[in-house]
Design a protein around this ligand. Structure first.
Ligand code: GLT
Ligand code: MN
Ligand code: MN
Length: 411
């Protein structure tokens, strides 16, 4: 095959994407509570061993492109859009006003804001550092983000505490650090209550996000379960305002079943927000797009969330691969991620309605009888019935590949 000239490469990609078929319209995509992060679309491909492969992209382009695709909500860190040294200055007000105009012009809403408390050198010892001045600065930053959220009409605030922990054994006292972290959360909730009162807006939902082993520290709150314990620990002044933003991959990274972690959050009524992506167990935070690694598990996750009426945001927190161009981020990456999510969501609806799964599940719940006082009669009574577990899993696979609708392969 002859080399493909650069001038023909975009049209080739477009033609093949069209040949894939199955794309939803922007209006169809807007029906789902999908939120697009500024940082995901603007990710340049850099990592510890990797130089960037893409050029910087500002909020104007990201918001315009999300609108064109049909992603109706936008999310951001404070420093994704405001340089650190402009935080809290008149420059911040100008930028926030410009963002508000861009959102309005494109019919996109800001759903969530978050504070960058991990990248800048000031966070070397985390936002809950020993130095009281660093913690005072952290509290100011969190309160400032809450106010930006109110200004832009957001309903959610996310907190990923970064390297809350230690790299060197014994260097910090864990309970003290957790108390300091709680102090920061309390300051943020109080800023929210005050701003809500002053503006007549409702308070926001404050969502903690756990990540088990990045960036290279022993993490004090490594999982959503640890964060649930923190929320109910008594350290928070407003635990009712605080819940979780689990991330699919972050639960998988430590070896958990994401669906089980989500179930525990649901049981505690703390599933406020959900970062959607994909990746591998016990590996790095690769943030691959939803459904590209574990589509069957994703189908099951969405069955769980749909069954429990989860109606919060699905935040597209993933990193377009380094091999994708700036143009490809919007032409292929976000469009296909959204379309896979919608397909899996609708497929989850089919699984919930499926007659085979329903009958099998009901039969399992009916049980095979037997005598509760006689263990061997219980084993005997349920023996054949329990084979249905594997049959249900097979049926879910069939739904995933369309075999339940008669898709067959000739052999
Ligand atoms: C960072 C992290 C993400 C979080 C972001 C919110 S920051 O990119 O890896 O999972 O959701 O702060
Ligand atoms: Mn995330
Ligand atoms: Mn991640």
């Amino acid at each position: 095959m002859a080399p493909i000239p650069v001038s023909q490469q975009q049209s080739l990609v477009e033609r093949l994407l069209g040949a894939c078929g199955g794309a939803y319209t922007p209006a169809q995509r807007r029906k789902y509570f999908l939120t697009g992060p500024q940082w995901a679309a603007a990710y340049e491909g850099n990592a510890l061993f990797h130089a960037p492969t893409r050029t910087p992209v500002g909020f104007e382009t990201v918001i315009e492109q999300y609108a064109r695709i049909g992603i109706g909500h936008w999310t951001t860190h404070d420093t994704d859009v405001i340089p650190t040294d402009a935080i809290g200055t008149a420059r911040q007000d100008e930028i926030v006003a410009a963002i508000g105009k861009t959102l309005q012009a494109n019919g996109v809403a800001c759903s969530m804001v978050t504070t960058e408390t991990f990248h800048h050198p000031v966070w070397a010892a985390s936002p809950a550092a020993e130095a009281p001045e660093v913690r005072a600065y952290a509290a100011t930053r969190l309160a400032n983000t809450v106010r930006i959220g109110h200004e832009l009409g957001a309903s959610y605030v996310v907190y990923w505490p970064g390297s809350l922990g230690y790299q060197i054994q014994g260097a910090i006292e864990e309970t003290q650090t957790l108390q300091w972290f709680a102090d920061g959360m309390n300051a943020a909730c109080e800023a929210d209550i005050a701003t809500a009162k002053a503006t007549g807006r409702p308070t926001m939902k404050h969502c903690l996000e756990a990540k088990p082993f990045e960036p290279q520290a022993e993490i004090l709150l490594p999982t959503s379960d640890a964060m649930l314990a923190f929320i109910f620990s008594g350290l928070l002044k407003h635990p009712d305002m605080v819940g979780l933003n689990p991330e699919y991959l972050h639960e998988l990274m430590w070896g958990a079943a994401p669906r089980a972690a989500l179930a525990r959050a649901l049981m505690c009524k703390k599933l406020f927000h959900f970062d959607i992506n994909d990746g591998y167990r016990l590996k790095h935070d690769v943030d691959i797009a939803v459904g590209l690694v574990n589509p069957l598990d994703w189908l099951n996750v969405l069955v769980l969330l749909r069954s429990h009426g989860y109606n919060g945001p699905f935040n597209l927190d993933y990193k377009p691969p380094r091999t994708t161009s700036n143009w490809g981020v919007f032409a292929v990456s976000f469009t296909t991620a959204v379309d896979r999510f919608i397909t899996l969501w609708e497929m989850a609806g089919e699984a919930m309605e499926d007659a085979v799964i329903r009958e099998a599940t009901n039969a399992l719940k009916a049980g095979g009888g037997g005598d509760p006082r006689d263990v061997s009669s219980l084993v005997a009574a349920n023996k054949e019935l329990l084979t249905l577990h594997e049959l249900i899993a097979h049926r879910l696979f069939q739904i995933l590949v369309g075999a339940h609708r008669g898709r067959t392969y000739s052999v």
